[in-house]
Design a protein around this ligand. Structure first.
Ligand code: A2P
Length: 271
């Protein structure tokens, strides 16, 4: 049978067994490459901030699933995702067209390494991201546990263009001003955003800014220190490798769910 690809919940195909079928409640487009969406959350669905799930559309007999970080915090009654639009991408070509009321499929088991359980206790938490790599951190910075565990939370995002940083800017602003979260966040949350291909931050990849110290001087904080700092990394393979190299050179060690360390990486999204 040939697959019919539409943006609508497609009743021509049955919902596969053992997946949640949820309803889209909001869609927001940031650029021609980026959008976020929210959908209903199954009552029985539990996850840890920073985890990801497999997402698909009911537009084929065997839907294509891709790993998506849950961007919303565990206390949110809905689920939020932040997605790239890949031209010709088997899922995102269709997912980018979803509208409020459409159905999105979600496999039942969340997983991932960007979780508090995989990190040893520390004083400062660094969250390094490029592009949609900010998504798991959108969950982590909206989790009260993050501020109970750390004295300071430093979120960084590097994107090519300025407009791609708007999701993160809104996220940080809303988190600081949120009625529930502001009490936990106070002035603990710092955000460093750089567009590498335009404006005054041109060329300012986060890796460069760590090496030349500008990240720390811009924010008025001390450089990285494995004694006090913990880090999570989410971005392209090239970025993961480089940040890992910088952290390891400074004495950081990778952690996992069964063996907490001083930094963690999510490799589920890189090809
Ligand atoms: P640049 O504009 O200098 O390539 P991409 O869309 O290619 O994944 O890139 C997203 C962002 O991540 C861009 O700002 C890009 O910078 C940056 N980037 C790419 N590779 C690395 C890397 N190895 N370390 C840090 N940032 C990177």
């Amino acid at each position: 049978m040939s697959s019919v690809a539409t943006s609508e919940a497609n009743t021509a195909f049955p919902i596969p067994a053992n997946v949640f079928a949820e309803t889209v409640t909001a869609v927001k487009h940031y650029t021609d490459r980026l959008f976020s969406f929210r959908m209903t959350r199954p009552q029985s669905f539990r996850f840890r901030s920073g985890e990801f799930v497999m997402i698909g559309l009911p537009n084929a007999e065997k839907p294509v699933y891709r790993a998506y970080s849950i961007a919303s915090p565990a206390w949110d009654e809905e689920l939020e995702f932040f997605s790239i639009k890949v031209p010709g991408g088997p899922l995102t070509e269709h997912l980018q067209k979803i509208k409020v009321g459409d159905t999105v499929l979600m496999r039942k088991k969340p997983t991932g390494t960007l979780v508090h359980d995989a990190l040893l206790p520390g004083k400062r938490l660094f969250l390094f991201s490029t592009g949609t790599g900010i998504a798991p951190f959108a969950s982590v910075i909206r989790d009260p546990e993050t501020y109970e565990k750390f004295e300071q939370v430093i979120l960084t995002q590097t994107c090519r263009e300025n407009a791609e940083l708007n999701y993160g800017r809104e996220l940080v602003e809303n988190t600081r001003n949120d009625e529930l979260m502001s009490e936990f966040v106070g002035d603990k949350l710092l955000f460093h955003a750089s567009a590498t291909r335009e404006g005054e931050t041109r060329g300012h990849r986060v890796t460069t800014l760590i090496e030349n110290g500008k990240l720390f001087s811009d924010l008025g904080i001390e450089p990285l220190n494995p004694e006090t700092d913990r880090a999570m990394i989410c971005g392209s393979m090239a970025m993961l490798r480089e940040i890992e190299g910088l952290l390891q050179a400074r004495g950081f060690e990778e952690g996992a769910n069964n063996k907490p360390g001083t930094y963690v990486v999510e490799r589920a999204f890189v090809d």
